[in-house]
Design a protein around this ligand. Structure first.
Ligand SMILES: Cc1cc2nc3c(=O)[nH]c(=O)nc-3n(C[C@H](O)[C@H](O)[C@H](O)COP(=O)(O)OP(=O)(O)OC[C@H]3O[C@@H](n4cnc5c(N)ncnc54)[C@H](O)[C@@H]3O)c2cc1C
Length: 397
């Protein structure tokens, strides 16, 4: 067994980081693990839509790290990584703290990408983290009581755009003319056909306007400029939600580290080129020689699970095993109380899919303190039904 003098440091306690930390602790409880995150709360991103629609209270989808890690044997530090000295194994944080590491795991996720479109940063709402969720929720609450019909533009018809459009329609029926703007010629272009068809029906039932083959040129305080076959149009808007893309969150990485499409290039063991004790997983990394994997929680968790096993092998001075991805399918929410699932040959839609989706997600929540688990939690009250579902339906979607 290798002697570990400094901690194994995991930076970013999202889906990838939480999975590495909890699995590694379970495999080898004696290892010193330090988890660092710049935020105070874990954000279960696939449930942000349910928090927006108040189907789920905030604390269930965004539990505090202090609760998650209490009595876990894992040390948690709230701090923001700003620089890495890979040669000397030292991390630097925003308050000038320096921390040494034996092994380093980076998994700092994605941030919204404005695609350099003028006015996006200043005039759009985003939907990528707890802060974005709170801002959008505050705006929707503010206008809840008035009777003005507003123009809402949602940019990007990927899962986030489609899910937000359906939820906002259901929360505020008849309050918005909703326009879903998409640059390509179809919605959910990277998703399963079944989910795409269910989403098309859900959008049609809600009379949401879909503008395909349409590019956003510029956004100002009151106008949005779009371009399509009909030419350039300047339209009035009251709210623009930008879900057109994300980019890796890597302000602490310099050009010495090999990258592809802005993501850290790693080998099939997630090792960063030339630095065999440093790893990157989840949205920030891309595996050399492998087909690009989607930016999903499913991928980040499978990678985290595999990396935990490899770190244990490294500590035992054994050979590492290469990662293989298993596509377990996908789920999307489609308005209040509705969802669509396409996974491992099973397709489900409507209310039953909605229940199944929430129950599957309940099983994915990080192991949190007994107080939270036994409290008035919807997710954990329903856990007694969970086994019935996960015996029948897929686990890692
Ligand atoms: C609204 C929404 C819905 C989604 N729905 C689904 C879904 O249904 N299914 C699915 O599979 N995927 C879904 N995704 C995608 C999924 O959430 C991401 O792919 C996944 O979270 C990536 O995991 P990660 O560990 O790479 O990063 P994240 O889970 O984003 O975690 C990154 C962590 O790093 C921390 N961090 C960032 N920078 C620093 C720093 N410098 N120092 C310290 N800490 C830092 C952040 O605070 C964060 O906690 C959704 C994403 C969004 C935004």
């Amino acid at each position: 067994m290798k002697s570990i003098k400094k901690p194994i440091v995991i930076v970013g306690a999202g889906f990838g980081g939480m999975t590495v930390a909890s699995n590694l602790k379970r495999l080898n409880p004696s290892l010193p693990i330090l988890v660092v995150d710049s935020e105070a709360n874990f954000m279960f991103k696939p449930l942000m839509y349910e928090v927006l629609s108040e189907e789920l209270p905030m604390w269930e989808a965004a539990p505090e790290f202090s609760d998650i890690f209490s009595n876990s044997g894992i040390t948690f530090l709230r701090n923001c990584l700003t620089k890495i000295n890979f040669d000397e194994n030292i991390l630097e944080f925003s308050d000038e703290l320096k921390v040494g590491y034996e092994f380093l795991v980076l998994c700092t996720g994605s941030i919204s990408n404005n695609l350099l479109v003028k006015g996006v940063e200043e005039h759009c709402y985003f939907f990528n983290n707890l802060n974005d969720l709170n801002k959008l929720k505050t705006f929707l609450l503010k206008i809840q009581k008035d009777n003005i019909k507003r123009n809402l533009f949602i940019i990007g018809a990927g899962p986030s755009g489609v899910e937000i459009a359906c939820k906002i329609y259901d929360i505020h029926e008849n309050k918005f003319n909703i326009y879903l703007v998409e640059r390509s010629n179809e919605i959910l272009s990277k998703n399963k056909i079944f989910n795409r068809e269910e989403a098309e029906k859900a959008l049609e039932n809600r009379k949401i306007n879909i503008l395909l083959n349409t590019t956003v040129k510029e956004i100002s305080e009151q106008k949005i400029s779009i371009s399509n076959d009909s030419g350039i149009q300047d339209l009035d808007h009251d709210l623009v939600v930008w879900t057109a893309g994300v980019k890796p969150n890597l302000p602490y990485i310099d050009e010495k580290i090999a990258q592809k499409d802005g993501r850290i290039l790693v080998n099939e063991n997630f090792q960063i080129n030339n630095y065999v004790n440093s790893f990157a997983i989840g949205d920030i990394s891309i595996i050399e020689g492998m087909e690009d994997l989607p930016l999903t929680a499913q991928v980040a968790m499978q990678e985290g699970n595999h990396l935990a096993k490899n770190l244990e092998l490294l500590c035992l001075e054994k050979e590492l095993l290469p990662f293989e991805f298993q596509d377990n399918g996908e789920m999307i929410s489609l308005g209040i109380g509705e969802a669509s699932i396409s996974a491992l040959g099973v397709t489900l839609s409507g209310k039953f899919a909605f229940e199944a989706r929430r129950l599957i997600y309940a099983s994915k929540m990080p192991a949190i303190s007994k107080t939270l688990k036994s409290g008035a939690s919807w997710l954990f009250q329903k856990k007694s039904f969970l086994n019935q579902f996960i015996n029948k339906y897929p686990k890692e979607v």
